[in-house]
Design a protein around this ligand. Structure first.
Ligand SMILES: Nc1ncnc2c1ncn2[C@@H]1O[C@H](COP(=O)(O)OP(=O)(O)OP(=O)(O)O)[C@@H](O)[C@H]1O
Ligand SMILES: [Mg+2]
Length: 263
């Protein structure tokens, strides 16, 4: 689809990730909704789980190797309830900004097999984009043919949606300036990597770590691995700091910004 942009809103930015019970960062969300208005053309907004997704998923064993399908299934209603709440907050902020948002929870339209997306119902989503609605979807728990239920991360979904719907760009907003040689929250001397060549990414992948916060989907390392798939198919991929006002707006307008570009 021409001019389609996929924007991922990191759960680390729109929620208070380590707060329990989970809470939305409404101030950031309202600011981000205004910045999203800079985009002209079809828009898919994908948000992560943040405090709403990762804590409940960890509690029901989604992070623990060998936990039974039964135990994981017990967590489905709570994870779904939490993600619906966050999706509603995102929808409300985008609604107030006049972005005409509609929400598609992956639980209702995607099936997994060993964590891979193997079947999906895309027609209402495509029609929404053609009708100039903003499509919101998010990291979620989904049925999985192998393991009962699996967490589909917002990052995996962003890369997959970009490929499936032919996006030109994927802008991945998180709480650090991009990909560093080492976790910047642990190593104050870590340096930002401004450009990663997808054909030569293994050296960097080896140094990138998980998340400092509760993150059942692997933090920065998994994020990078997912996005490399989209970059290899020629989609422009950018990882940037969404906590800094103005960066999303500048990137949407095609201006240069501090970030990591994956080529
Ligand atoms: N090499 C690295 N470069 C950058 N960040 C890194 C690196 N290694 C680990 N990290 C960590 O990854 C974190 C970002 O990933 P995290 O999954 O926590 O956020 P998110 O994806 O925005 O949130 P969510 O998963 O809820 O959408 C950073 O806060 C950082 O501490
Ligand atoms: Mg994450």
């Amino acid at each position: 689809m021409d001019d389609l942009v996929v924007v991922k809103l990191g759960g680390s930015v729109i929620t208070h990730k380590n707060r329990s019970p989970p809470a939305t960062d409404q101030r950031s969300l309202l600011r981000i909704a205004q910045e999203l208005r800079s985009h002209r053309g079809p828009l898919v907004v994908i948000h992560g789980g943040g405090a709403y997704g990762h804590q409940a998923a960890a509690q029901y064993g989604y992070q623990t190797p060998g936990s039974s399908p039964n135990q994981k299934m017990k967590g489905v209603p709570e994870i779904r309830r939490n993600m619906s709440k966050l999706a509603f907050d995102v929808q409300s902020a985008l609604f107030e900004a006049d972005l005409k948002p509609v929400v598609f929870p992956p639980f209702t339209w995607i099936s997994l097999d060993g964590g891979e997306i193997v079947s999906y119902y895309h027609e209402p989503l495509e029609r929404s984009l053609r009708a100039n609605l903003t499509v919101i979807t998010h990291g979620d728990v989904c049925f999985d043919r192998k393991s009962g239920a699996t967490i589909l991360s917002g990052d995996t979904l962003a890369a997959w949606m970009a490929l499936r719907f032919g996006a030109e760009r994927v802008l991945v907003g998180t709480n650090v300036d991009g990909v560093f040689h080492d976790d910047p929250h642990k190593n104050p001397y870590a340096e930002l990597v401004p450009v990663i060549d997808s054909h030569d990414a293994s050296a960097i992948l080896g140094k990138v770590g998980p998340s400092r916060d509760t993150d059942v989907t692997g933090g920065m390392a998994k994020k990078l691995a997912d996005l490399l798939n989209a970059a290899r198919e020629g989609i422009e991929v950018v990882i940037f700091n969404l906590t800094v006002p103005g960066r999303l707006r500048n990137l949407l307008k095609g201006r240069s910004e501090l970030c990591t570009r994956i080529l």
